[in-house]
Design a protein around this ligand. Structure first.
Ligand SMILES: Cc1ncc(COP(=O)(O)O)c(C=O)c1O
Length: 413
């Protein structure tokens, strides 16, 4: 059984929230939107602040999805829940807790501050910084007992200067050409970590560049990695975790699951590609909603919004909504984007502005200020997914989720 990482204890950081406490309390939105199944503390504050937009995060979906991944990869493979970028917009701490409940035993972040955020919330499980650790962050990373990625001599020198117990994951570049050492150098770095009495070689890893696309390239990346791993084992290194697979990698290449998979998008209930049908009971965890703030009738020929890009072909009903690019609704979605109101998907009308956008609700009866508008999620028979918004925005679902900005109140069930 490979080494499974050390447990952090709260004593290593001055301030922390007791284990088992929830993340930031979600808002009670004064009857707007779906009610959380259990009331959340601190709710009245946000009601007083008059939230007009929110993202509901169903943490039980994250637990469920993580559990599905765990079942898929089996008992010999650990699951690292990737909760960087604020848990892909879902909230890093609640996402981490939910994923741990579902069977994840590792958490992945992309920076030291992201790891410290989890520690401050009282999460003791192993956390790997998948990204760069600057000199200035080393002592904080050590105090928080974060495991660190090393991929060059400078990084190795840095962790050696700490002269203390640090879990190190050496990263090999097998073709992504982003972070990582060339295979021979990765083996040398890992052997040096292994030989150092302070450091622990906890992991050896690589990252796929195109696991949802070019299968031959991914297989070649895996071969390069496995050859290097074999050299490392021949050199006498043992007891480390080998990991390569992200969400598309773990679904498409069972042979790449190895000791641990690093699952991001899937734990949030979104498939890497819309048409994939793996894990049929996967549940999207996030619903993103706002409200109608104004409704008006405009005459034929009238324009709506900046640049006058929507022109009413006939008298039209237009509903203004309280969501704009300042909330993460990409301006590019102005053409082709949709939202659901009163159970019907309708097109955006005109250019999305910073705080507002408009919908053409000519075909929807009785739309009124205060009506809930769904940009990701389900309302009645209609559903819009992160893919729908991504397609309209000319991007991928990952970016749509990460882009939901801090001023969109998250609430948790
Ligand atoms: C190094 C690394 N591993 C794993 C992941 C998770 O990828 P996914 O969300 O496709 O599971 C990411 C995300 O970008 C990553 O950068």
């Amino acid at each position: 059984m490979p080494f499974c990482g050390h447990q952090w204890t709260p004593q290593t950081l001055a301030s922390h929230v007791p284990r088992g406490s929830r993340g930031p309390a979600g808002p009670d939105l004064g009857g707007l939107g779906r009610e959380p199944s259990a009331p959340t503390r601190g709710a009245s504050l946000l009601t007083e602040q008059g939230a007009t937009k929110w993202a509901d995060v169903d943490t039980s979906a994250i637990t469920h999805n993580t559990n599905l991944i765990k079942q898929l990869v089996g008992p010999k493979t650990a699951v690292m829940a990737v909760v960087k970028a604020n848990g892909y917009g879902h909230g890093a701490v609640p996402a981490a807790r939910a994923a741990l409940k579902g069977g994840a035993t590792w958490l992945g972040v992309s920076s030291v501050p992201e790891g410290i955020e989890l520690r401050k919330a009282g999460i003791p499980e192993p956390i790997l910084n998948l990204g760069y650790t600057p000199v200035a962050a080393l002592s904080a990373a050590v105090a928080a007992k974060l495991s660190l990625t090393v991929y060059d001599r400078e990084g190795l020198g840095l962790v050696k200067t700490a002269a203390t117990d640090i879990g190190v994951h050496v990263k090999l570049d097998s073709g992504m050409h982003r972070l990582g050492a060339a295979p021979d150098e990765a083996v040398r770095l890992a052997m040096e970590v292994h030989a150092d009495p302070d450091l622990r070689l906890e992991g050896f890893w690589t990252h796929f560049a195109d696991a949802d696309g070019d299968a031959a390239f991914t297989k070649e990346q895996l071969r390069i990695f496995l050859d290097a791993r074999a050299a490392l084992v021949r050199g006498g290194a043992t007891n480390f975790l080998s990991h390569t697979a992200n969400s598309p990698g773990l679904l498409r290449f069972p042979e790449a699951r190895l000791d641990l998979v690093r699952a991001g998008l899937l734990i949030y209930g979104v498939r890497p590609e819309r048409h994939w049908d793996d894990l049929p009971t996967l549940r999207p965890a996030l619903t993103w909603q706002t409200i109608v703030t104004h409704v008006m009738t405009v005459p034929a020929g009238a324009s709506v919004g900046y640049g006058r890009r929507f022109r009413a072909p006939a008298p039209a009903r237009v509903a203004t909504i309280a969501l704009g690019y300042g909330d993460g609704l990409h301006r590019r979605a102005s053409e082709g984007g949709e939202a659901i109101v009163r159970g019907m998907a309708v097109p955006l009308a005109g250019t999305i502005s910073m705080d507002q956008a408009a919908l053409d609700v000519t075909n929807v009866r009785d739309v009124a200020p205060g009506d809930v508008v769904t940009v990701i999620g389900q309302d009645g028979e209609a559903t819009l997914t992160a893919y729908d918004l991504a397609e309209a925005s000319g991007t991928i679902s990952y970016e749509v989720l990460c882009a939901i900005s801090a001023r969109v109140a998250r609430r948790y069930t």
